[in-house]
Design a protein around this ligand. Structure first.
Ligand SMILES: Cc1cc2nc3c(=O)[nH]c(=O)nc-3n(C[C@H](O)[C@H](O)[C@H](O)COP(=O)(O)OP(=O)(O)OC[C@H]3O[C@@H](n4cnc5c(N)ncnc54)[C@H](O)[C@@H]3O)c2cc1C
Length: 309
C-alpha cells in the first residue's frame, strides 16, 4: 500500500491551498482529483472579487494554485475517491480510489465541494450533453449566434449569462422566483443588455429535442399558469448544488443537507485527524476566499496533529 502523511481529496481552491501549506511544512502530501485541478474555478470566467488579483480568469487561478502546490512538493494525482476507511485510527487512515489503489495516511482533508443539481423535468436526462450543460465557460462557445436558455436565479446564473451574452444571439433567463438572489452590480449590467429576456415565477416543465439535440423548452408561469414553448439550441442550468459526499459512509459526519459537520475552531470532523474545508463544509457563504482560508486552517491543523503524533 502507498504511504503518505496527508491525503487531500479534491483539488479546488480549498484543497490546493491546503496542499500549499502542508507540503511547505515538509509533510508528504498528495491531492487526489477526479476531474481537472482548480475545481469550480475552471467553470468561472472571471473571479473579480479575489483580493489583489482582480479580473483574472478562473483557469488562471487554477493554473497558479496548482503550480504553487506542486512547487512546494505536493503531488496532484488523478483519481476518484470512493471510500475512506479506518478513520478511528490515529495514523493509519485509508483512502480508496475507484481503481482500487489505496493510500494509507496520518491525516485526511476532505475538500470535495459541490456538484450541480439536476433539473427534474422530462428531457433533462435524455438531452444532457446534447444541448444541456451546467457550465457556460466550458460549453458556451458551441452556441455562437444561437439562442439559449439559462435556468436559475442566483449569482452563477447571472454571472454566466453576462459572460456569454456577447457570443450568443439571445438569452432567456428562467427564474422560478419573483426576484434574483444575485449581486446587484452584475444584475444591473445584465439588465442593460438588449439580447436578454427575463422570466420570473417561471418553471421549466419540459425539454424537447429534434435529431437527438435540444430544440426547445416549455415553461410555465406559476401565477398565471400560462405555458410557453421557446425555440433554443442550448440550456444551461444553475439551480443549486448537492454535496460531493457519496464516499462518506458514516452519515453522522454530515448535516441534513449532506454537508460536513466540523468543529469550526479546528476544522476537524468527528474523527481526529480528518479535516474538511471549502464548499463541502456546512455554512452559508461559498466563495474562493472562504475556501482558501478554510484550506489554510485545515492544513495548519493537520500539521499540528501530525507534529503531535
Ligand atoms: C459558475 C460559478 C461562478 C463562481 N464565481 C465565483 C466568483 O466570482 N468568486 C468567488 O469567490 N467564488 C465564485 N464561485 C464559488 C467558488 O468557485 C467556490 O466557492 C469554490 O470553488 C469552492 O472551492 P472548493 O475547493 O471547496 O470546491 P470545488 O471548487 O468544487 O473543488 C472541489 C474539487 O473536488 C473534486 N472532487 C469531488 N469529489 C471527488 C472525489 N470523490 N474524488 C476526487 N476528487 C473529487 C472535484 O472534481 C473538484 O475539482 C463560483 C462558482 C460557480 C459554480
Amino acid at each position: 500500500m502507498n504511504k503518505v502523511d496527508l491525503v487531500i481529496i479534491g483539488a479546488g481552491p480549498a484543497g490546493l491551498t491546503s496542499a500549499i501549506y502542508a507540503s511547505r511544512s515538509g509533510y508528504k502530501t498528495i491531492v487526489i482529483e477526479k476531474s481537472a485541478p482548480g475545481g469550480k474555478m475552471n467553470n468561472t470566467h472571471k473571479i473579480d472579487n479575489y483580493p489583489g488579483l482582480e479580473g483574472k480568469e478562473g483557469w488562471e487561478f487554477s493554473m497558479s494554485f496548482s503550480a504553487q502546490a506542486k512547487n512546494f512538493g505536493a503531488k496532484i494525482i488523478g483519481g476518484d475517491v470512493v471510500e475512506i476507511k479506518n478513520l478511528d485510527s490515529k495514523d493509519s487512515k485509508i483512502v480508496v480510489l475507484k481503481n482500487d489503489i489505496e493510500y494509507m495516511c496520518k491525516t485526511i482533508i476532505i475538500a470535495t465541494g459541490l456538484k450541480p443539481k439536476k433539473l427534474e423535468v422530462v428531457g433533462y436526462d435524455k438531452y444532457f450533453g446534447k444541448g444541456i450543460s451546467t457550465c457556460v465557460v466550458c460549453d458556451g462557445a458551441f452556441y455562437k449566434g444561437k439562442d439559449i436558455a439559462i435556468i436559475g436565479g442566483g449569482n452563477s446564473a447571472i454571472e454566466e449569462s453576462l459572460f456569454v451574452s456577447d457570443l450568443v444571439n439571445k438569452i432567456y433567463i428562467i427564474n422560478k422566483f419573483s426576484e434574483f438572489n444575485a449581486e446587484q452590480i452584475t444584475l444591473n449590467k445584465l439588465k442593460g443588455l438588449k439580447n436578454i429576456d427575463f422570466f420570473y415565477n417561471t418553471n421549466v416543465i419540459k425539454i424537447l429535442g429534434k435529431n437527438d439535440k435540444v430544440s426547445s423548452i416549455k415553461i410555465k408561469n406559476v401565477n398565471t399558469k400560462k405555458e410557453k414553448e421557446i425555440n433554443i439550441s442550448g440550456i444551461f442550468t444553475y439551480i443549486g448544488w448537492n454535496a460531493e459526499n457519496f464516499f462518506i459512509k458514516d452519515k453522522e459526519m454530515l448535516d441534513k443537507n449532506g454537508l460536513l459537520i466540523i468543529d469550526k475552531e479546528n476544522m476537524q470532523t468527528k474523527y481526529k485527524g480528518v479535516f474538511a474545508a471549502g464548499d463541502i463544509v456546512s455554512k452559508q457563504f461559498k466563495q474562493v476566499t472562504i475556501a482558501t482560508s478554510e484550506g489554510t486552517k485545515s492544513a495548519l491543523e493537520a500539521v499540528k496533529y501530525m507534529n503531535n503524533l
